[in-house]
Ligand binder design. Structure first.
Ligand code: 2M8
Length: 462
């Protein structure tokens, strides 16, 4: 695809940008699933696949449906959808920790048969939102596609219901409405300052030496988590495996146990989508009542986590029994969940527009950095500690639209597309220079570009 050196001057029409985004998805297409990126991430990632399905829907709704069904075929007996399904054909030295390191099928009888192996963690549940989006696009296209999409929802529904049930039982034994994560990788915002305090309390024991294959695939190690972060990540994986991936033991002994507000908010929005899917799939009324209760429980849970000092939501460390109050985009959780208190929504929009996020005058584009530049852990080039993530902008754009904030949504879409005109489809972007960082040809970046370009609302011109 486009090289970074030549990309800076690039400009493209919407049609050219869509064609390039389509090429990225084809480049990463593995038949019925898509690699998250060509080199850095040669496997199937859970929430990446959901965003990818949203983009694929504009190219081929049947292929988009397959993306999700392929992932669901590796669902655990507990209902968990694993965060990675390992590609048996990926070169062993392409990604660490790979299939052999996790070897979940030999650790837990709840894991699906291998190969392919899966990880034993999970990621935010964007899947019901994606499944509904695929169905909507197919309905618009009509004919055979619409019929196939109806069958797809019918097939996907039981997996989605089991997945959400897993999250609201195993991951919320307290009945708080909020999901507990066992590892920063589960949040999807891996090295965000959100986790600094909780991770600092994890004492790392004996770890065998391990390779950092990820560093081969980025221009500079500063764009990835540090070795100290990785030690903690691998130590937590070791503890989860030592516990046989048993949820009760993890809950009892694991040193990293956090209520994640972003994950929980996505689950709430996904529960709304699930409710619509339940109608379409003609599911029993009893299921719908359950899902409605989950939504209500979630809203209450999120309200408890409102942080008036930041005018954002904060995560909660169950081990230390205290909130984790970093100023990051995760704090916009109530906007993503939808249906929250209107005064909180007003506060969130004010913070969104302020110099803490999209209103910072030094930004290349008025797009929210993953971590606020005013936060002490902010680093503009380091992964989830500052860069702008197109996929997060899609989530915020979608949430703004759902909340009736059309003008802000149009602005976010317009500038997000302007950022992607470099043709790199970078994983993330330096907020002040607009430089693409991490992997190029990142599938979910291409996918969200396709969805933005297909959206009928007029984008604000930068
Ligand atoms: C990143 O996470 C993986 C571990 O899961 C990694 O750094 O190796 C995160 O950005 C995560 O959110 C994303 O799903 C994954 C693949 O794009 O990469």
């Amino acid at each position: 695809m486009q090289t970074r050196a030549s990309s800076r001057e690039m400009s493209a029409t919407p049609e050219q940008l869509a064609a390039r985004a389509g090429r990225v998805l084809r480049l990463n297409d593995m038949g019925d699933w898509t690699r998250a990126a060509p080199n850095l991430y040669p496997h199937q990632w859970s929430w990446d696949s959901a965003f990818i399905a949203i983009g694929l829907a504009h190219l081929d709704t049947r292929r988009a449906a397959k993306e999700l069904l392929a992932l669901f075929s590796h669902q655990w007996r507990t209902g968990k959808i694993p965060h990675i399904v390992f590609n048996p054909e990926a070169p062993p030295e392409s990604y660490f920790p790979g299939a052999e390191h996790w070897a979940c099928a030999s650790t837990s009888s709840d894991a699906p048969p291998a190969p392919p192996y899966t990880s034993c963690l999970c990621q935010p549940p964007v899947h019901a939102i994606a499944a509904l989006r695929v169905w909507e696009v197919a309905q618009r296209n009509g004919g055979e596609e619409a019929i196939a999409a109806q069958a797809f929802l019918q097939e996907a529904y039981p997996s989605l219901l089991r997945w959400h049930r897993y999250l609201l039982t195993y991951r919320d034994p307290e009945g708080s409405g909020l999901v507990t994560i066992y590892h920063p990788w589960e949040s999807g915002t891996d090295n965000s300052p959100r986790w600094d305090t909780a991770l600092a309390a994890v004492e790392v024991g004996d770890l065998a030496p391990y390779p950092r294959h990820d560093l081969q695939h980025v221009a500079n190690a500063s764009q990835r988590p540090t070795d100290a972060d990785y030690d903690r990540y691998l130590w937590l994986v070791k503890l989860i495996k030592n516990a046989g991936c048993d949820e009760m033991s993890i809950y009892r002994y694991h040193p990293f146990l956090v209520k994640d507000v972003l994950f929980s908010a996505i689950l709430m929005a996904a529960n709304e989508a699930l409710l619509e899917i339940a109608e379409i799939a003609d599911a029993p009324e009893e299921d719908r009542t359950t899902v409605r209760n989950w939504i209500e429980r979630g809203r209450k849970g999120l309200e408890v986590r409102w942080n008036p000092d930041l005018s954002l939501c904060s995560d909660y460390d169950l081990r230390a029994e205290r909130p984790l109050s970093a100023c990051t985009i995760a704090g916009f959780a109530p906007l993503i969940a939808g249906g929250g208190r209107s005064d909180h929504l007003g506060d969130l929009l004010r913070i969104f527009d302020s110099r803490a996020f999209a209103g910072n005058p030094d930004l290349r584009w008025p797009l929210p950095p993953s971590t606020s530049p005013g936060e002490s852990g902010f680093q503009p080039r380091s992964y989830w500690r500052g860069p702008v993530w197109p996929v997060m902008n899609w989530l915020l754009w979608w949430s703004l639209k759902r909340s009736g904030e059309k003008k802000r949504a149009a602005r976010l879409k317009g500038y997000s597309l302007a950022q992607l005109l470099d043709g790199c489809f970078g994983e993330y972007y330096e907020p002040f220079t607009g430089e693409a960082l991490g992997s190029d040809d990142q599938s979910w970046t291409a996918a969200v570009a396709l969805d933005w370009l297909a959206d009928e609302e007029v984008a604000e011109k930068p």
